[in-house]
Design a protein around this ligand. Sequence first.
Ligand code: 4AD
Ligand code: MG
Length: 427
Amino acid sequence: MRYKSAVPIAKAIEKGEGRVTIRGWVYRKRVLKEKTFIILRDSTGLLQVVAPTGVLDHLHIESALVVTGFLKRESRAPGGVELHVESVDWTYVGEPYPINEDAAAADSEHLLDLRHLWLRSRKMQAILKIRHTVFKAIHEYFGKNGFYEVKTPMFITAAVEGGATLFRVDYFGQPVYLTQSSQFYLEAAIYSLEKVYVVAPSFRAEPSRTRRHLTEFWHAEAELAWAHMDDAVRVGEELISHVVERVLSERLEELKLLGRKTEILEAAKPPFYRVTYDEAIEELQKKKISINWGDDIGADEERLLTRELEKPMVLHRFPEKLKAFYHRNDPERPEVTLSFDVLLPEGYGEVIGGGERICDVRELIDKILKFGLKPEDYQWYIDLRRFGSVPHAGFGLGIDRLVMWITGVDHIRDAVPFPRDVRRTKP
Ligand code: 4AD
Ligand code: MG
């Protein structure tokens, strides 16, 4: 099989001369009187292929092709090299391609319906490569810093982040839910491994369609024993900064292709800005926003707070009622909790939510009751405080939101290969 001995396009361009076999998909086609020019695409790049008219004219956009020929320097070709065809080794012509990139760009719903094909676009290819690097860098960071990876279940029985966004599943006649966060399982694991993390999907029945909500998203969560809120904040900062640094060093070409300005990414180094909830409310009031102490800081407010920022911001000490029941109250100011969010600049907003957890068993039960929840639903979670409980803290980072910011796309669906939202479960 000739196509097995093909070289990647990037390698062919590097070589620049000699005889090679390459394989890929037709990205562009131009038929002139005597010659046909094909731009061939593979996972590594683009290469101009030249053949006498008649040889490759029948191919469509996205037809598959294996060709052998001679490489020649040609300054007008992408990459400065073109391939003069000697033999056509294999083709799969297929049908005319249903996406015309220019028309498609104007209608994102159409592209979402055809996402299984749109993955082949240069834009999605660049985003997927960056996403790959982001996931790799997350594991790298935790691995280098002494965290153990723990796999947690997706079927659960009690809400972590409130009942309103739980997806109910029929489990042999019993109702169970899809997990919203693996936090409680990580909290159990710290008593065994002390520093743990997980990278897994989380599910939220988010009824609204926003730029930054999916119903299924990828969540990187960390939990540390013998730790307070500030320790978790530091891990969050370092994690983001490590991931961004990796993308900058490995994916500059892809960032360029997406037109992403990199200065703001380069600036994402710890320490991030630190702002208390109180200060944020004051600042919003100065901006003439009608908001009072105790009100939620939503997406619009986050946009105002982060639009002009040069690096991410840690927003901390939210009022008790704004954050989930498991957050520890600040002993110096019990009306706020030791909770924090990390907000990304340029208006992107929340990417991390975390905090210090309640350590004491009585305090936890009281808080569960105060929030109108049932202690019996949290029996094993309470159990963790019955035996050798220790101060601990952690956070969850929305990976798709981080990719969204790094790539600079406007909508979270463009940061994900097959997005799931309130209206979409296909393809
Ligand atoms: O702020 P959240 O709800 O916090 C938790 O789930 C904690 N239990 C995490 C922990 O402490 N282990 O979610 C954490 C992050 C958010 O900051 C956001 O980036 C992302 O998860 N996220 C979503 N991303 C996309 N679509 C959604 N519907 C999301 N909901 C949360
Ligand atoms: Mg949150």
